[in-house]
Write a protein that binds this ligand. Structure first.
Ligand SMILES: NC(=O)c1ccc[n+]([C@@H]2O[C@H](COP(=O)([O-])OP(=O)(O)OC[C@H]3O[C@@H](n4cnc5c(N)ncnc54)[C@H](OP(=O)(O)O)[C@@H]3O)[C@@H](O)[C@H]2O)c1
Length: 491
């Protein structure tokens, strides 16, 4: 086997990264800059009106974050020049053809230069407007591919999808591709152009009827849920991500393509510092309100396996896959990036470590008082979970005093009347059920082969580590992840 170096591969490469302000993209950018400062350029496509506001986003939302402290220390006075030399912001939008890049000079430069594209842009909300989800997660992927086809030096496109495109299926899920028209319930006729037309017709109908913005938003969210379930997916996020994979498979031609499917991404395990995290996602939407004393129940089956993987490992796997597949067209390989097969962790460990951590280190609230947590009721069946939601939200009906719950983000800025509320609770039950009572193991044989092959080739697997067996879950949760949440997420 030929020897190879990931660091040598990165040298002098121009990488277009979408979703630059997002959680994973930031970890990616930091890692590349820190380990290979001789990268040619990192083009960050950011949603912004112009270059000035894109630069402001770069400062405030990317390099101004704690995540970049280690790089700052390492480069000292050269930090600013490294950033200005190696990072170029590209105002754009992946839902538009040619990625919405308005400056033709910049567009040409990007096309000419780009060696690698990493598509991390997405809308990750489970309950989202159908038009927004379809345009970002599906058509966005298509427009990225169209752009890639115009890049003469392109070596590889990495599409970051999600393991949960598998829907609610229990058992071992293999790293198999989806092809256009595949559905999870065997229904035939799935076609993205038809879905787009349905959206356009619905929006036209709403406009003709003089629908308010609020009505339009609710209707489009309902439509997203309805179309996802129609084809067998539990929510609009995973449905439109699956469609994104399908469109890439259908239209990739001879473009080298890798599709990576992370599971639940948690705080960094090791680099640039342990425990860096941003935002409240999936499992953290249980840990955070629990630590704040606002959760009186754990809605999950404690014996279920929750598939989590630290963010730095996801990024290392992406970089390793990128190098391994550069200039290799043919069938794209799908990679699950997770832990459920090789190093599973049960919900019980989340429950126990949260209790242990917050009992020992109570969170000090805004009034300077320690928040005392106690053992909580475990709702370990779908039925008890449903009953709880109904009792908690439907009977008291105290306006919207539900904001501090595990599902706060779903209720944000939504006023609902009684029927809307019932509807919403039904949606929540359906949307979260598969994740809290999960019976799925994500097979990651391709990932394991990638890891072994990188080792055999003598690639820098110590720098780009992604073995989920490398750490102990209890230790990670108590000493890294939960303290990281307290530091970066609690306010
Ligand atoms: N985090 C996880 O647990 C996880 C798990 C599995 C898979 N993934 C996948 O990993 C990828 C990155 O996830 P993440 O958690 O880092 O996401 P994130 O923090 O939510 O960031 C998403 C990014 O996408 C950008 N974006 C949204 N719409 C866009 C558009 N139309 N044009 C350009 N950019 C747009 C957002 O920009 P704005 O700042 O302008 O909104 C943001 O920078 C996603 O594809 C996601 O599906 C994530």
């Amino acid at each position: 086997m030929e020897s190879s170096s990931i660091l040598e591969f990165l040298e002098n490469k121009a990488i277009l990264v979408t979703g630059g302000t997002g959680f994973l993209a930031k970890i990616f950018v930091e890692k590349v800059l820190r380990t290979q400062p001789n990268v040619k350029k990192l083009y960050l496509l950011l949603r912004a009106a112009d270059k000035k506001s894109a630069s402001l986003r770069l400062q405030n939302e990317i390099i101004g974050k704690d995540l970049f402290k280690v790089l700052k220390q390492k480069t000292g006075a050269n930090f600013e020049s490294l950033i200005s030399e190696k990072i170029a912001v590209v105002p754009g939008d992946i839902t538009c053809k040619d990625l919405g890049i308005k400056d033709p000079k910049l567009g040409d430069e990007l096309m000419r230069d780009t060696d690698v594209i990493v598509n991390l842009a997405a809308t990750t909300k489970f309950i989202e407007r159908y038009d927004v989800s379809l345009y970002v997660n599906t058509f966005g992927a298509k427009y990225i591919l169209d752009f890639a086809k115009k890049c003469p030096n392109l070596k590889v496109v990495v599409q970051v999808s999600t393991a949960y495109v598998s829907g609610e299926k229990a058992g071992h899920i293999k790293e198999d591709p989806y092809y256009m028209g595949d559905t999870l319930n065997g229904r035939s006729g799935l076609d993205i152009e038809v879905e787009k037309k349905l959206i356009e017709a619905k929006l036209q109908e709403l406009q003709d009827n003089g629908a308010t913005e609020k009505t339009t938003k609710i209707t489009m969210k309902d439509m997203g849920m309805e179309r996802s379930r129609h084809w067998g997916w539990p929510n609009v996020y995973v449905f439109t991500k699956a469609l994104g994979e399908m469109v890439l498979m259908q239209e990739k031609e001879d473009i080298p393509l890798v599709i990576v499917r992370p599971t639940i991404v948690t705080s960094t395990y090791k680099e640039p510092m342990p425990g860096w995290v941003e935002g409240v996602r999936t499992v953290d939407s249980i840990i955070v309100p629990y630590g704040k004393g606002k959760l009186t129940y754990f809605p999950c089956d404690l014996e279920s396996i929750i598939d989590m993987i630290p963010g730095d490992m996801v990024v290392n796997a992406i970089i390793t896959a990128m190098e391994a597949h550069a200039n290799r067209a043919g069938d794209p390989i799908i990679y699950h990036i997770g832990s459920s097969l090789r190093h599973p962790v049960k919900f019980r460990v989340i429950h126990d470590t949260s209790y242990q951590y917050f009992t020992k280190h109570p969170w000090i609230n805004k009034d300077g008082r320690p928040v005392i947590v106690s053992h909580v009721k475990v709702l370990d069946s779908v039925d008890s979970f449903k009953r709880y939601l109904t009792l908690r939200y439907l009977l008291p009906l105290k306006g919207l005093k539900i904001a501090n719950t595990v599902f706060c983000q779903c209720f944000r800025d939504t006023y609902m009347d009684m029927s809307g509320k019932i509807n919403h609770i039904m949606q929540l039950q359906e949307v979260y059920k598969p994740y809290l009572f999960f019976k799925t193991i994500y097979d990651d044989q391709n990932m394991e082969k990638l890891r072994a092959a990188a080792n055999d080739r003598g690639a820098e697997t110590g720098v780009f580590y992604f073995d989920p067996k490398a750490f102990d879950w209890e230790d990670y949760l108590i000493n890294i992840h939960i303290p990281g949440l307290v530091k970066y997420v609690f306010d």
